[in-house]
Design a protein around this ligand. Structure first.
Ligand code: GAL
Length: 330
């Protein structure tokens, strides 16, 4: 259900007007992104899209994520935005009691992630498909001909028979897509190459065996892949670690700490690439989980940068971005 809390909404509207309303910095090309408040959509409702996944189509970002507007809510919401600040409510793309009979009863969804498959001209969602106090350890796949859905259930289970929890997707520049998840009872990360239609896992590679990593997010920078991940501490934040490799399947560098010891109170969800006329900028997106008031969890965005194999992972509570040129002012 979409909820509006009068006092909180008024407070948020106030901060929206003060902080987020000042979108123009020195010209119409600059956007200010400020972290720390609940986001509101174009109708004034709290944005509920946690464990966020993104897909850019033309100049529009589509964002999907967990609806946690009630303490336990298995719906997946979709919003769209041209600036990652003003969010238009699209719809529930996966809905409790509608999309799948078990959803909302014995099943819930975490970390839904969105892909576009050029070959089939379909939109595909991969997610953590859970039940029984995380004992199911499964993934699920949904698809639609339209980005805004509604999405149909394709499959749920353990990819290639392997127990799978926290997850993400990665689409490489050549169109090959991967599902990556925490496997083997949280011991390893599993990299699953997907079939050409993105609907099946076809190949499994074990990464970081025994390192107990979750919330993986991969970004490609030139010919290098960088992966960010957290330790497994439930809703509590912990040290973000980074690794890099020239191949997704092998050669990952030893995990190294980035940022502060609690990843600036976030857990990785995505890394976005902004291809500007002057430079490419990378935006880290993380969940600031607010346990036990999960509906108040925040989505945090800040620029990170790369130099060779180094990553500058410095938090910005507020920054300006020029989507045309790709430039950032902290
Ligand atoms: C975290 C995970 C979240 C959620 C949570 C439940 O470790 O990243 O997606 O599963 O545990 O406690």
């Amino acid at each position: 259900m979409r909820t509006r809390t009068t006092l909180i909404t008024l407070l948020c509207l106030f901060s929206f007007t003060i902080g987020r309303g000042q979108q123009t910095v020195d010209s119409k090309d600059w956007t200010t992104i400020e972290n720390g408040e609940m986001w509101l959509d174009n109708d004034g409702y709290n944005v509920q899209a946690h464990g966020t996944g993104f897909l850019k189509v033309g100049d529009t970002w589509y964002m999907i994520g967990e609806d946690r507007s009630e303490s336990w809510n298995p719906d997946v919401n979709m919003y769209s935005s041209k600036d990652l600040v003003h969010w238009k409510w699209e719809r529930k793309i996966i809905e409790n009691g509608v999309t799948h009979p078990e959803l909302g009863k014995s099943r819930f969804i975490e970390r839904p992630k969105l892909l576009y498959c050029k070959k089939t001209d379909q939109y595909v969602v991969w997610c953590h498909w859970e039940g029984r106090n995380y004992g199911a350890s499964e993934a699920a796949v949904f698809y639609s001909d339209n980005i805004t859905g509604p999405y149909k259930f394709h499959w749920g289970g353990r990819p290639l028979g392997i127990k799978s929890r926290d997850c993400n997707v990665f689409q490489d520049d050549d169109g090959t897509a991967y599902f990556i998840s925490t496997t083997n009872e949280n011991q390893d990360l599993g990299l699953f190459r997907l079939s050409d239609d993105y609907l099946e896992a076809v190949e499994h590679t074990v990464l970081f065996p025994g390192e107990r990593r979750e919330a993986p997010a991969i970004v490609r920078v030139g010919d290098m892949y960088f992966m960010f991940s957290s330790a497994c501490t439930g809703w509590d934040p912990n040290q973000c670690k980074m690794s890099y490799s020239k191949s997704l399947k092998e050669g990952w560098s030893p995990l190294e700490n980035v940022g502060d010891r609690i990843a600036f109170d976030t857990q990785a969800a995505s890394v976005l690439r902004i291809f500007g006329e002057k430079q490419t900028t990378y935006l880290y997106v993380g969940d600031r989980w607010m346990d036990p008031t999960l509906p108040e969890s925040k989505t945090i965005i800040f620029p990170i940068s790369f130099d060779g194999t180094k990553c500058d992972f410095t938090y910005s509570q507020k920054f300006d971005i020029n989507y045309k040129t790709g430039e950032v002012k902290r």
